[in-house]
Design a protein around this ligand. Structure first.
Ligand SMILES: [Zn+2]
Ligand SMILES: [Zn+2]
Length: 136
């Protein structure tokens, strides 16, 4: 254990592991999360900006919770959340269910190369052209 300054409030606290955030700030964040979660349940069609304003929570914080899949929006919510891979509208996280399944089977390869399918096609086309050339 060691003493560290909380990255949020600057207070000294006994840091054990993980984020450098004191208990009080952790508790505050949990309260904020619950507030936002409840707010979304009561107002499913609200935008993220509106949530941030009404709950007095930073927009980036809400986006982080969404990426971590802690916050899940209702289908048809007014949030502008799309799959980072294919652009499909999604309600939580970073990828749609289809892309998530693809990423899981690709053992993470697809994350580094989201443009794999078009590249593959290009290679096949080139191969085809080369074959045509050989036939002549
Ligand atoms: Zn703190
Ligand atoms: Zn997708």
């Amino acid at each position: 254990m060691q003493l560290k300054n909380c990255s949020k409030c600057g207070k000294m606290f006994q840091w054990v592991a993980g984020d450098v955030v004191c208990e009080a700030c952790k508790k505050k964040e949990e309260d904020e999360f619950q507030k936002v979660k409840k707010y979304i349940e009561d107002n499913p069609a609200v935008t993220m900006n509106q949530i941030a304003k009404d709950c007095e929570v930073k927009l980036t914080k809400i986006q982080q919770w969404v990426r971590e899949e802690r916050l899940v929006f209702a289908k048809g919510a007014a949030i502008d959340l799309t799959c980072e891979s294919c652009g499909e509208p999604i309600t939580t996280g970073r990828y749609c269910a289809k892309c998530k399944a693809k990423l899981a089977t690709g053992l993470g390869n697809a994350i580094a190369k989201p443009v794999a399918p078009p590249e593959e096609r290009k290679r096949l086309n080139t191969g085809h052209a080369a074959m045509q050339f050989l036939k002549k």
